[in-house]
Design a protein around this ligand. Sequence first.
Ligand SMILES: [Zn+2]
Length: 106
Amino acid sequence: MHTPSPLLSCQNATLLIERRADEALPVAARAQLWAHLRLCPYCRRYDFQSQFLARNARAAAEARATPESSLPAATRERLARLLAANVPHLPPPPPADEGTAGGPQP
Ligand SMILES: [Zn+2]
């Protein structure tokens, strides 16, 4: 027989931890999560790891978006043409500019 408990289950605690990453939790949910995290070392570990992953994923995504980490447009276009010519199942690259996709490269 299921006895209702004021405490969260670990499953609900981890759901709240994930929801909290995207939105502010209502006060009651925050209090329940806080109480659960005080009592449950497994969910504390999950919380720590979840925040660690979110922080590092965000940092990695921001690092990838810097101009220094992307190839110049001409190089991207040349690579796309080489791949399309040498890998038969790839679709042809979209033209960067109209009429210049097959033109000579410097
Ligand atoms: Zn737990």
